[in-house]
Structures are given as structure tokens and as C-alpha cells.
Design a protein around this ligand. Structure first.
Ligand code: ADP
Length: 670
């Protein structure tokens, strides 16, 4: 029985495991490093224990310390998640020695799959189909080259100890062999301290299809169908889906059975994934087995409606598999998109920073967001930059894909660069829509996936009325609440002496002038904006960093963030970053008119103290308004006259509204 579970991991997978454990009434213990003191997984768990400084080696990889803390806290089982200690045979042994259940396979199974060549030998004996190739111990160049010549080019050289695509080289002809072998060996030695090589037939248009397997300690095993993970960048998965499109039931069954054969060959127990390359002629070949729960397990959960963490915990308790093969069904289609803090335009370089705006699509039974962060959290240099996994389900691939694209459109992040726009491009690419998937998808469609966005200034102008509206509304909120902000500066607004004011926005290094005319001050203030001789009637309101805008009668909703006066505005079609150019005091009046005729807060006009056009002296009170039970006078800044009162006595005004237009000209003429 597992009563108390320690999750030796962080981020989304720690949160994911805690959810199921909570649902099953199992007490949870989180572990954390300095960087994760306030992390979501720490908050979600019943207890949390500190491991050490932020680098993984000093915290999440401290197997000895994790065991020590587990014993102190009376933990029955440890779930390693993925990465970190999940495929560490030594740690699995350490758990066993200390009478703690390791929620994963036996150490011997982890070891068996640790080397690609040893794994291939085991699979060969078990009758699992392998990519034609050489995986023997004899490592002379002559032997390796003879193997390559015999199978025919292209071939792929792979490091036996490899992972993450390192120590891998394609060889397209006999002539290139020697050089490629030396390069692959050097890379492998540098990364893994070992230069043992495999030679494989290089498949030019394969798909990466993997099978989810589960085995119990009583010798039973089932497969929970497949996932297609062909769309990759740098040999890392970006979008995964289940089932694999266009895969026939007979290939599915054959591959599933081959995966079970592979698992049984190493006396596997628990959740595992057997990865295959699927060729165009439907032949498939074993690539490797991952002895843990995979990042992309949610797509399998969506199509089988099973909770794989629940399965893991059940098996870890020594119980039989929750279901037999004939009880498992595949329903509909699911996608997972990995949301990363990275810059696709700069070779997917990880990005770090504070998630100052984080809006996720609404979750329901067809849209799921697995994440370990909340708004305000830091994406640090210490860990994997994955922010979340967006998972959707549909009755078929077409419906699921529409949901994916729509949900990606509702994902807004500011503070770090993300791959969200890139994911949208992949998901809506005609070849992806048509399910023309191969592992070279991103390379093949490089030009269209990375094409520059439509001219920034064109987009800018399309967004100008919304940007101006947002500026106007935030000014109003700031003035009403008396919040210190860019708007507290009286000179922020140019009063040009007539019935209008000018707002200057800075977007993509371009200054955009907007003429603003105030129309109405009620629950929903309205303005008339003129940009490039085009007018727009705009109104709207702000609710919790959401802007509800009506522009020329069209309503739309945006999320936005305000970073010290730099605004970012998002919705499905828009992503605009801009700021407001603040006029310095007296900027637009040569005679130094620094007057501010804005209402300081919401209130009522009490009286006009002068007539329109009547000459007044500098310092004369010209209007009284009442707000918060106090009267406030507006004083003439210079000799001159009131050109226009925009509100009559008794009328309500909103904070920030311009109350009157004042002119100094006539006084000068007299
Ligand atoms: P690693 O362990 O370094 O990630 P894998 O053996 O899992 O390496 O392969 C990673 C990716 O490389 C696969 O998903 C596939 O895209 C590609 N690949 C591997 N072997 C072959 C092959 N024989 N032919 C073509 N592509 C291959």
C-alpha cells in the first residue's frame, strides 16, 4: 500500500503526479531547490522538503539525500517523473535497499535499455524487428565500413551510449564514411566518455511512432496504442498525437505486439515506451525503449480515458494491471503541443525571465493544460525551459486540430520568448493538416515555417485603435485609483487647445499619432480616434488585465500586460507591443502652457465660474467639480479664455476626462 508518495521531480510532471495521488487519497511530499521555493508543485503537495541549491546536481539529482528525507518522513514510494533520476538504475536499487517502492521498472530493466547496442542485441534475440544495421562489439573502421557498404548508403552512425541526438551522423556515400565516423566518435567520446558506434540503415522519410506499454509484476503486459512524434526539432519532439494518422489496425496490432515482446524480453514492470521508426512501406523497426513515463503521456490518456499515473501507482503496489488488452479502447484523436520558453527564430535558443503575463486557454474535458508555473514565476537557466503542455482531444483528427489551433490562439505569455507562434504555424501548415508527417518535417518546410511575419507596420496600424483604447482606459484607471503610473504625470497628455488631444504611441520603433476626441463618460467611456485620416469609434472596459474593446461596433477581447508603461496586447490574431510617448510638461505650447484640464477622479461638475469666451486672469477659478465629497477648483493657468466646456453643471465625469478647452490667444490679442 502506498500511503505517502514523494515526487522526486519538479515542474509540470510533479504537479501532474500530485493530482492523481491527491485524487487517490495518497499523501504527497514535494522536493525543491532554491529556485523552486515558491513553485506550484511545492504549494500543491501536502509536505515539501528542501534539497539544496538550484543546480540539479546539488538538488534534484541528490538520490542519497532524497532517500534520507524519504525515510525521515515515512515515505512509502518515490515517483521519479521523467528526466532527473527516472532512468537511473543505481537510484532504483537504492530505493529497494531502503524498502521504498520505486515507481518504475526494476533496475535490471533500466540497465538493459541503457546501451543502444546491448538493447538491440536483446531485441534481436527476442525477435523484435530492428533497423538493418550493425551493433556488434568489433569497432575497427574496416568492420564498420564493410557493414555500411553491405547495407548500402545512406547510413546513420549512432553512439551506443547516445541520447539527445548526440554522436549521430548521416553518411550519404562511401567517400564520406571515414570522416563522418571520426566526427561521430569524437562527439560521443566528449559527451558520454565512450565512442562505441552502431551503424544503421538511414531511413530517409520515416515517422517516429512509439507504443505505450504497461506490465505488471505478475507477467502480464498490455499496450495502450501508439503516439506519432514525428514533428521534431533537433531530434526533440514538438507536437505529438495519438493515434498515429493513417496507421492501419493491422500495423497497430503488430507494432503493439512487438512492443510487448520487447518489454517482456527484459522482464519489464510498470510504464514504458517502445520507440519505432515507421517506414513508408509500413515496415517498422525498434529504435529504443524509454523506461519511464514520457512527457507526451497525456495524448494516450485522452484517447484511452485512462489515468496513466494511476496505473503506475497500482502496479507499484504489486497489483495486477487495471485492464486487459481487450478492455482497452481507442476513442477520437489527441494532440499535445509543448510550450517552450525559447526563440524559434534563433535556433530555438532557450529564453529565461519572469512570466509577467500568463493566460492559458480555458480547460475542460477536451482541453487540458499541464503546467508547473503561474504568472509571476521565473523561467530560470537551471532547468528545462518547457512552460506547459497543451493537450486537446477531438472526435477525429480534424476536430482535434481545430481545437489545438484555437487553444494555441488563447495562450498568451509575456516576459520570455516562446514557441507559441511557431507551434501555430506548424499546426496550421497544409502538410501538417494533411498529416504528411516525417521526422524531417521541420527541415523540409523550413522556408514556410520560418517565413517572416507580414510587415510589422501594417499590423501595427491595424492594431492602433485598440492600442490607443488600452492607453486611454489604463490612464482612466490610474487616475481614478490615484495609482502611481506613467499617467500620474500631468504632462502626459497634450492639450492642444481645441476639442481634442493627441496621443503618440511607439510601436516597432515607429511613432503613431492618434487624435482623440472624448465622446461619452458613463459606465463605458467612448472616444473617437483618428489615425491616418481614418476615424474609429472606440469604447471598452478593463477587467483584470483583460480588455473588452468595441471598435466601430465590432467587439473583441484581448489580454494585456503593462510592464512599467510597455504594453503587450494579445488575442488570437494580435500580438502588439507598444508604449505611450509622454509629452514633457509644456511640450506643445510655446508659451509654456502646462495646464491640466483633466478631472482628477470620478465626480460631478458643480459650476462653471466663467462664461465661455469670457476673459480671465491667470489664477482665476474657472470651474468647480465635486469628488469624494470635496470640491476641487480648476484654475486658469494663464490669462485667456475658456473656448469650450465639455460638461455642464450636474453632469457626471470620469476621472481623466478632459473638462474644458482653454485658449491663451485672445488674451494676447487684446
Ligand atoms: P537519441 O537517443 O539520441 O535521441 P534515437 O535513437 O532515439 O536517438 O533517435 C532520435 C531520432 O533520430 C529519431 O526520432 C529519428 O528522428 C532519428 N533516427 C534515429 N535512427 C534513425 C534511422 N535509422 N533512420 C532515420 N532516422 C533515424
Amino acid at each position: 500500500m502506498i500511503n505517502k508518495l514523494l515526487i522526486a521531480n519538479r515542474g509540470e510532471i510533479a504537479c501532474r503526479v500530485i493530482k492523481t495521488a491527491n485524487a487517490q487519497g495518497i499523501k504527497t511530499v514535494a522536493v525543491y531547490s532554491d529556485a523552486d521555493k515558491n513553485a506550484l508543485h511545492v504549494q500543491m503537495a501536502d509536505e515539501a522538503v528542501y534539497l539544496g541549491p538550484s543546480p540539479s546536481k546539488e538538488s534534484y539529482l541528490r538520490g542519497d539525500l532524497i532517500i534520507e528525507k524519504s525515510k525521515e518522513l515515512g515515505v512509502d514510494a518515490i515517483h521519479p517523473g521523467y528526466g532527473f533520476l527516472s532512468e537511473n538504475a543505481e537510484f532504483a536499487n537504492l530505493c529497494a535497499e531502503n524498502n521504498i517502492i520505486f515507481v518504475g521498472p526494476p533496475a535490471s530493466a533500466i540497465e538493459a535499455m541503457g546501451s543502444k547496442s546491448a538493447a538491440k542485441s536483446i531485441m534481436e534475440k527476442a525477435g523484435v524487428p530492428l533497423v538493418p544495421g550493425y551493433h556488434g562489439d568489433e569497432q575497427s573502421e574496416a568492420v564498420l565500413k564493410a557493414a555500411a557498404d553491405e547495407m548500402g548508403y545512406p547510413v546513420l552512425l549512432k553512439a551506443a551510449a547516445g541520447g539527445g541526438g548526440k554522436g549521430m551522423r548521416q553518411v550519404w556515400s562511401e567517400k564520406e564514411f571515414s570522416q563522418a565516423l571520426n566526427a561521430a566518435k569524437r562527439e560521443s567520446m566528449a559527451s558520454f566518455g565512450d565512442d562505441h558506434m552502431l551503424v544503421e540503415k538511414y531511413l530517409t522519410r520515416p515517422r517516429h511512432v512509439e507504443i505505450q506499454v504497461f506490465c505488471d509484476p505478475h507477467g502480464d503486459g498490455v499496450y495502450l496504442f501508439e503516439r506519432d512524434c514525428s514533428v521534431q526539432r533537433r531530434h526533440q519532439k514538438i507536437i505529438e498525437e495519438a493515434p498515429a494518422p493513417n496507421m492501419s489496425q493491422s500495423v497497430r496490432e503488430k507494432m503493439g505486439e512487438a512492443a510487448i515482446l520487447a518489454a517482456k524480453a527484459i522482464n519489464y514492470v510498470g510504464a514504458g515506451t517502445v520507440e519505432f521508426l515507421l517506414d513508408e512501406d509500413d515496415s517498422f523497426y525498434f529504435m529504443e525503449m524509454n523506461t519511464r513515463l514520457q512527457v507526451e503521456h497525456p495524448v494516450t490518456e485522452m484517447i484511452t480515458r485512462e489515468d496513466l499515473v494511476h496505473w503506475q501507482l497500482t502496479i507499484a503496489e504489486g497489483k495486477p494491471l487495471p485492464k486487459q488488452q481487450n478492455e482497452l479502447t481507442l476513442t477520437g484523436h489527441a494532440f499535445e503541443a509543448r510550450i517552450y520558453a525559447e526563440d524559434p527564430g534563433n535556433e530555438f535558443l532557450p529564453s529565461t525571465g519572469t512570466l509577467c503575463l500568463l493566460r492559458t486557454p480555458k480547460e475542460n474535458n477536451v482541453v487540458r493544460v499541464d503546467t508547473g508555473v503561474v504568472e509571476g514565476d521565473e523561467v530560470s537557466v537551471f532547468y528545462d525551459p518547457m512552460i506547459a503542455k497543451l493537450v486537446v482531444w477531438g472526435e477525429n483528427r480534424e476536430i482535434a486540430l481545430k481545437r489545438l489551433i484555437s487553444a494555441l490562439g488563447d495562450y498568451y505569455i509575456d516576459g520570455v520568448s516562446t514557441n507559441i507562434d511557431f507551434l501555430k504555424r506548424v499546426a496550421s501548415h497544409p502538410a501538417f493538416v494533411a498529416a504528411e508527417l516525417t521526422t524531417t518535417f521541420v527541415e523540409k518546410h523550413n522556408d514556410s515555417l520560418f517565413a517572416p511575419v507580414a510587415s510589422a507596420s501594417k499590423d501595427t496600424h491595424a492594431n492602433t485603435p485598440t492600442m490607443a483604447l488600452l492607453s486611454l482606459l489604463t490612464r482612466k484607471v490610474a487616475l481614478n485609483n490615484k495609482t502611481p503610473s506613467v499617467w500620474s504625470t500631468a504632462g502626459a497628455w497634450r492639450s492642444n487647445g481645441i476639442h481634442q488631444e493627441t496621443l503618440t504611441l511607439l510601436c516597432d520603433q515607429e511613432e503613431i499619432g492618434v487624435e482623440v476626441k472624448h465622446l461619452q463618460y458613463g459606465n463605458e467611456p467612448a472616444w473617437e480616434l483618428t489615425v491616418d485620416n481614418k476615424s474609429f469609434k472606440v469604447s471598452g472596459k478593463i477587467i483584470n488585465n483583460t480588455l473588452e474593446a468595441t471598435i466601430n461596433g465590432y467587439k473583441s477581447t484581448f489580454s494585456f500586460s503593462d510592464n512599467d508603461g510597455v504594453f503587450t496586447l494579445f488575442n488570437k490574431d494580435t500580438h502588439a507591443k507598444f508604449s505611450v510617448v509622454l509629452a514633457s510638461l509644456g511640450d506643445d505650447n510655446s508659451d509654456g502652457d502646462d495646464a491640466n484640464f483633466s478631472a482628477p477622479m470620478n465626480g460631478t461638475i458643480v459650476a462653471h465660474l466663467v462664461e465661455k469666451g469670457q476673459q480671465v486672469k491667470k489664477g482665476d477659478p474657472i470651474l468647480i467639480m465635486e469628488a469624494m465629497k470635496m470640491e476641487h477648483s480648476i484654475i486658469a493657468p494663464h490669462d485667456g479664455s475658456v473656448e469650450e466646456f465639455y460638461f455642464n453643471p450636474g453632469e457626471l465625469v470620469d476621472g481623466g476626462a478632459t473638462l474644458l478647452a482653454f485658449s491663451t490667444k485672445e488674451a494676447a490679442e487684446v
